[in-house]
Design a protein around this ligand. Structure first.
Ligand code: HXC
Length: 521
């Protein structure tokens, strides 16, 4: 770039083309061989697969770091190791940042961070989702505190944008330290098996401090985080992750001031759900897969389940009814009999808060025996975590509909979006039992002495259990009290939900003015 004054705009435009080519093609070529060998794509290849063709506009392509120590003065690649910009997914605007592992391992220095800060600010201003394609080694060691401060700026922006725009993190390589913490602050994390990992402290440091031997995959690979709850989805390859990301976006609004975009409304809303009569066994203790119930009720049986391998005793996910997005929360009788425990409560609570932030109505399918009793649960904080779930529902102002399918005992009945904590509508199936506890346990407690002193304790007990069942263990008890709006034919569940959701479409609910609440954490 010499003799600047002597050259005309034609020459300088030609020079620009060379610089841009260096920034794009040369860098990509260098990175590509290594990435492909590891079964990974380069940052730009990833963006090309994720975004609509030709829709990407890059920002800060010519940004470089200013560091001179550690031989860095001679290594100043364009982009500084992250590709940022905006484009569209299925025609809807999104903002993206994608680590380039080929440049300093995708590590984050001052310039790299500044590019991410800019794209985060733009995403928030434009009111469009932010997607991070993560494949980076955390804070750039050569840049010291500047790198740490760069992460601070990202974390602060993640929190500021929380509940304003959807934030989604796709983990595509080893992500250490800050490269793991920022995704933890976003709404959803997707991970690819075999290549992605997330951890705060890597294997070498762990070995030095605790003596534990572990590899990256065993420490923070996709299957580890599918079970820790950190990952909402795990995938076998990058294309599968991008397909799920596109599906996920289709259920979400672009920001908290919008409603989710309508999907096709070509599954009749008055479709009778015949299969429900056989899917749910009458006996309250017999297991079944509640996901089959969800699939029967929602449009075309399409249900995007989140965190399927973590706390599987509660099922959460997104679907549509009559073309409109809904968030589903359902007890899963197939796992731990569907009890609520610490992890299930935390899992459901965060999902409810997400749906509430982004105007996604909540449908809660209830079949719950109660909270899990146990010393471990009590000492582990079930009071606090159960309260999180309660807090999340009580605070939610989106349309909320409860369906009482079979049993709902004790505190778990209240917590699973009962009318008393603010559900707008509650429907019960004819076999539903709402009670402080099951009939057997109830009769044992309130008639203990009578049963003990009876000539025929077994027969007496049976009669008293039946008496309790007749008096309270049916949906008409709740209906009499106004806790159930209607007892419905299970086959009409889809049409009842659709009618309720339509009625509530313009629901308004204002919370008292305050800085923010203080949920149990
Ligand atoms: C600068 C780094 C780097 C880093 C790797 N590189 N990590 N450069 N800063 N943090 C460089 C390497 O020198 C190498 O450069 C290239 O990236 C590829 O690295 P390799 O080690 O060869 O790759 P691989 O074997 O695949 O291992 C990847 C890795 C490992 C697992 C990520 O590099 C690693 O453990 N790095 C350190 C991770 C770390 O501790 N980060 C700090 C986290 S603390 P060349 O030039 O040879 O290609 C943090 C603070 C914020 O983030 C915390 C907030 C809570």
């Amino acid at each position: 770039m010499s003799d600047v004054a002597d050259r005309g705009l034609r020459d300088r435009t030609a020079e620009l083309a060379v610089v841009r080519q260096q920034a794009v093609e040369d860098l990509d070529k260098r990175a590509a061989a290594r990435q492909h060998r590891l079964g990974k794509l380069t940052a730009r290849e990833r963006l090309a697969r994720l975004l609509d063709p030709g829709s990407f506009t890059e920002l800060g392509m010519l940004r470089r770091h200013r560091v001179t120590d550690f031989g860095m003065a001679g290594r100043r690649p364009w982009t500084d190791g992250v590709v940022t910009g905006w484009g569209t997914v299925d025609g809807r605007e999104v903002f993206v940042h994608a680590h380039d592992f080929g440049i300093f391992g995708g590590s984050l220095g001052e310039a790299h961070a500044a590019k991410i800060h800019e794209v985060m600010d733009l995403a928030e201003s434009a009111g469009a989702p932010l997607i991070g394609l993560n494949d980076g080694a955390g804070a750039r060691i050569q840049e010291g505190a500047a790198a740490l401060a760069g992460y601070g700026g990202i974390f602060r922006r993640n929190v500021r944008a929380s509940g304003v725009i959807p934030q989604i993190s796709v983990m595509l390589g080893p992500c250490a330290g800050g490269a793991a913490y920022s995704p933890a602050l976003t709404d959803f994390v997707l991970m690819v098996r075999g290549t992605a990992s997330m951890y705060v402290t890597g294997p070498d440091v762990i070995k030095a401090v605790t003596g534990e031997d572990i590899d990256v995959e065993g420490l923070g690979g996709a299957d580890v985080h599918a079970r820790s709850g950190q990952a909402a989805f795990v995938h076998d390859d990058e294309d599968d992750a991008f397909d799920t990301l596109r599906a996920l976006l289709s259920y979400l609004p672009s920001n908290n001031r919008e409603f989710p975009p309508p999907g096709p409304a070509d599954d009749p809303v008055d479709r009778s759900c015949e299969a429900l009569l056989d899917l749910v066994p009458a006996s309250p203790n017999r297991p079944y897969d509640v996901r089959r119930v969800v699939e029967e009720v929602v449009d075309h049986g399409e249900f995007l389940e989140l965190q399927a391998l973590w706390a599987a005793n509660v099922v959460i996910g997104l679907a549509r009814i009559g073309g409109h997005s809904v968030g589903l929360v359902a007890n899963q009788p197939m796992v731990l009999a569907g009890v609520l425990d610490i992890e299930a409560a935390r899992k459901a609570a965060r999902f409810i808060r997400f749906c509430d932030s982004f105007n996604i109505p909540l449908v809660t399918l209830v079949d719950v025996p109660g909270f899990l009793p146990g010393v471990g649960q009590e000492r582990g904080g079930i009071i606090r975590d159960g309260a999180k779930l309660l807090y999340a529902y009580c605070e939610a102002t989106v349309p909320r509909i409860q369906v009482l399918m079979r049993k709902a005992y004790g505190g778990a009945y209240i917590v699973m979006d009962s009318r008393s904590i603010g559900a707008d509508l509650s429907f019960a199936w004819p076999g539903n039992e709402v009670a402080v506890m099951g009939a057997e346990a109830a009769a044992n407690v309130i008639h203990r002495r009578r049963i003990r002193d009876a000539d025929d304790p077994v027969g007496t007990r049976r009669a008293l259990v039946e008496e309790y069942r007749q008096a309270l263990m049916h949906p008409y008890h709740g209906a009499e009290l106004g806790l159930v709006d209607d007892v419905i034919d299970p086959r009409d569940t889809r049409s009842a939900l659709h009618a309720g959701l339509e009625m509530l479409r313009s629901k308004r609910a204002l919370l008292p003015e305050r800085k923010h609440g203080n949920p149990p954490l």
